[in-house]
Ligand binder design. Sequence first.
Ligand SMILES: *Cc1c(COP(=O)(O)O)cnc(C)c1O
Length: 357
Amino acid sequence: MPETPVDLRSDTVTRPTPAMRAAMQAAEVGDDVFQDDPTVHRLEARVAELLGKEAALFVPSGTMSNQIAVKVHTQPGDELICDVNCHIYNYEAGGPAILSGVTCHTLHGEDGILDVTQLEDTIRPDDDHQVRTRLVCLENTHNRGGGRIYPIEKIQAIRAWTRQHGLILHLDGARLWNAIVATGIPAKQWGDLFDTVSVCFSKGLGAPVGSALAGPREAIVRARRVRKLFGGGMRQAGVIASAALHALDHHIERLADDHRNAQTIAQAIADTPGLRLVPAEVDTNLIWFRVAREMGTAKEMALALKERGVLVHAAGPQTLRACTHLDVSAAQAEFAAETIRRYVPKSVPVARLQPSK
Ligand SMILES: *Cc1c(COP(=O)(O)O)cnc(C)c1O
């Protein structure tokens, strides 16, 4: 068993590298609420340029970035359309309802991916009884959809449809970087299809904190005001913005390693009776899988693997998630795969597996 466990619980568990810490140490800073922080300015300009937008805003988290976008694009009593398993609807503490007075119209995507035909007929008529349809939110890659990459043609069709109906389109691109590396389609090409895009630096890119919202200048000016309202105005934020800049320079291309390592682990899961990949194909760095009931619960499986030096996240009664990231080497991925192959035998309840020494 390795001295430090292989931590596959999330791609947020990475620690800043020595080079990233050096960049943070050296960062030029100022009070960003006064718009005086040159490093934050550099990061915001860089993100805007990458995504082909007029402006961007540095914010503490992906949740805040998405919820600022919802607030900027809507009025209380509006409705947004999204996939039923998306982050904005499931994992942001009811933000649309609480922060913006917005209801969510959820559609059942395939691994989180919506087809434009599902959107047709979802627009509410102009009627005093009904909420007003205003915004569509997509997620790429899709976390709960198993790290699925949105086929760009599907987004193009949805974009054409939202344009035709005067709706706004927002992207939760927490892991857009993974989609960029996996497909070779540049950031700008994805960015061009949306009004606003949220990206995270604290997932696969390995920064300790931070996200950004990019969009038209006028929307980002309003976003800055909403960020203040939500308590997200930051002072010498260059210290953390420098980590994000370092990640953009050094940690994007290497995501391909994470994708390769994910395949190593996914193959072990696919080969192990009693475990099942859901979805069956792994596109990027997220591996979602289910454990058969007769083998025990997801929690028991996570505990059995933990005792053997591999940490995974029990995400539901029978559902688990493993993520590869900056702090998982190819050798560690091999170790995790080997551990799964050796210690998850068919039809042995995991609770009865003997703990390792
Ligand atoms: C992690 C994540 C976010 C934002 O999360 P924070 O923890 O608030 O930074 C948003 N969308 C998706 C798909 C995510 O996985």
